[in-house]
Ligand binder design. Structure first.
Ligand SMILES: [Zn+2]
Ligand SMILES: [Zn+2]
Length: 368
């Protein structure tokens, strides 16, 4: 049932592929049909090719959203997938992230839980879409959503907003394919206090600890540390430089850290003022004091003895590759160039349980 439920998604994705490939108007329709059929066949196999993501040889991370609220044509907003053996856990699901996962052919029914860092819209905006798409893909029970105080309110809102759609889909496809009781998100709230930490999930394969970060005045705001088979991945969430983040990143193999170029955002703010866009100038300037410049997060990664630093949640967006040089200006002076990477949607990092350095690769994405 799970596999048959996935197929309509794959067909739709193939349709999009063909639409791109045949934007030119002069193609004979028979040729288009032939390419369409081949595209469908290839796409139907794509989820199977992802099974290597889920074997038991490595702890893995795949970036499913590396953008910030600022516009970026190639990046969804905050989303990081941590893959432990047969299961995937999402840290945040910002707008566009479910589309990005679908472009990867990511098997959504493998998503076993969502861990929210805080409740800014760029971290929660796709919860409704994730709820629906994981259910369509074959999820058989409510999807757990973990978060600090406030998660029940957020989850309750999304459940209410999608209740009518739940009814439509069960009526249309049947209870055996779309069991109504499985549709919901299930909130799991935890309390870590002002500057604390807490194990929020643990099973035989993974321990997940939430820890407080500094996204003031936004409280609560947390990061997460995943530990599995002697390997570890930390996701910072949104934060200014934070001693508690350094503490909880200690010895981590990978730190996925948010990044805001104070120099570039400063340029945008000043240009907005000069253009008479005072409201935009203030909004942009206000972001400076609760994020971390790439150079500062490199220093924190050094202090924590992190193996690989991965920049994500990039602000501003980098629509031109040349801008990356400006974004990371100064990082190479404080950290070994082999020990950091500017993240992108589809970046995959494997941490073999047998030991050894992280390996980086790119997950193929439809149309990219
Ligand atoms: Zn935030
Ligand atoms: Zn954010």
């Amino acid at each position: 049932m799970v596999r048959s439920a996935r197929r309509p998604l794959a067909v739709l994705a193939s349709l999009a592929c063909v639409a791109v490939a045949f934007a030119a108007p002069a193609q004979p329709v028979g040729l288009v049909a032939g390419f369409f059929e081949k595209g469908v066949e290839a796409r139907l196999k794509a989820p199977l090719s992802r099974t290597d993501l889920f074997d038991a040889t490595a702890l893995r991370v795949v970036l499913c959203g590396t953008g910030s609220p600022m516009p970026d044509p190639a990046r969804a907003r905050a989303c990081t997938a941590v893959i432990v053996k047969g299961k995937a856990y999402l840290v945040d699901t910002g707008p566009g992230s479910v589309n990005t996962l679908q472009l990867m052919g990511f098997p959504l029914d493998r998503i076993a839980g969502v861990f929210l860092t805080h409740y800014h819209s760029d971290h929660i905006g796709d919860l409704g879409e994730l709820r629906m798409q994981t259910w369509v893909s074959g999820r058989t029970g409510p999807l757990p959503v973990y978060g600090p105080e406030g998660v029940a309110r957020v989850v309750g809102g999304f459940n209410a907003a999608y209740a009518l759609d739940d009814d439509y889909r069960t009526v249309h496809h049947g209870e055996s394919y779309m069991p109504h009781a499985a549709a919901a998100l299930a909130a799991h709230s935890f309390d870590i206090g002002e500057a604390g930490d807490r194990v929020v999930y643990k099973d035989a394969d993974v321990t997940i600890t939430a820890f407080a970060v500094n996204h003031d005045p936004i409280k609560p705001a947390v990061g997460y540390r995943f530990e599995s088979g002697g390997r570890s991945i930390v996701v910072s969430g949104d934060t200014a430089p934070s001693p508690n983040l350094v503490k909880w990143s200690h010895g981590a193999d990978v730190l996925v850290h948010e990044a805001l170029s104070t120099r570039m955002v400063g340029i945008i703010s000043r240009a907005s003022t000069a253009a008479g866009l005072d409201r935009q100038a203030k909004m942009v300037k206000d972001t400076l004091n609760y994020h971390t410049d790439p150079v500062d997060s490199a220093k924190e990664a050094n202090a924590a003895g992190v193996g690989l630093l991965v920049y994500s949640h990039l602000a501003p967006g980098l629509p031109q590759p040349a801008l990356e040089k400006l974004f990371i200006d100064g990082v190479a002076a404080v950290r070994d160039p082999k020990a950091w990477v500017v993240g992108f949607d589809g970046l995959r990092v494997d941490l073999p349980y047998a030991g050894g350095a992280p390996t980086q690769s790119k997950v193929a994405m439809l149309g990219r």
